[in-house]
Write a protein that binds this ligand. Sequence first.
Ligand SMILES: [Zn+2]
Ligand SMILES: [Zn+2]
Length: 193
Amino acid sequence: MRHRIAFAARRTAHTVALEKISLVPINGVGTDFCERLAPCLEERFFHKFAVEKPLTLSPTQANAIRRQFFLTTVFNRLLAAYPGRNGLLLGIMGSDIYKTSHNFIFGDASETDRVAVVSTYRLSPAFYGEPEDDRRLFDRTLKECVHALGHAFGLRHCYSARCAMYYSHSIYDTDAKLTYFCEACDKRVRANR
Ligand SMILES: [Zn+2]
Ligand SMILES: [Zn+2]
């Protein structure tokens, strides 16, 4: 009996070690920016993150009136570009995105398709008429990446305004939350990854 437990534990550790999360720079996001995000995400998820080659979505694939990309279109492009991948895909996109009944979104994920995306478009201080600030853009992007990956691992929104799983109605909510999960969400994500 004791042997079987040890074997199961070894197998779990082996599976976790194999899983890789692919970070994909899309439309204007730099590879270097993703290279900086990778170690911060590794620290929070204990997965190996690898930056893939950038992907470009043509403006003709955006909604012509809204000039925004539909979330499902972005997911489909990511899934088509990395068909043989082994693990989750996280796209970091410079263009604005939306989904049904939302004017815009900072990011989202599909747990079933194991794909997530974050848009830096409205995370940039310049979008709000403020001076460019790389540190702020980076922190906001990290928070929304933790949030989107949380969804990819099956987490729902959290009521704690400091938790990364708190839903950001606006940039003020993003600025108020932390780059980490609260204790309850952390426990849940550990059980799912
Ligand atoms: Zn969310
Ligand atoms: Zn939480």
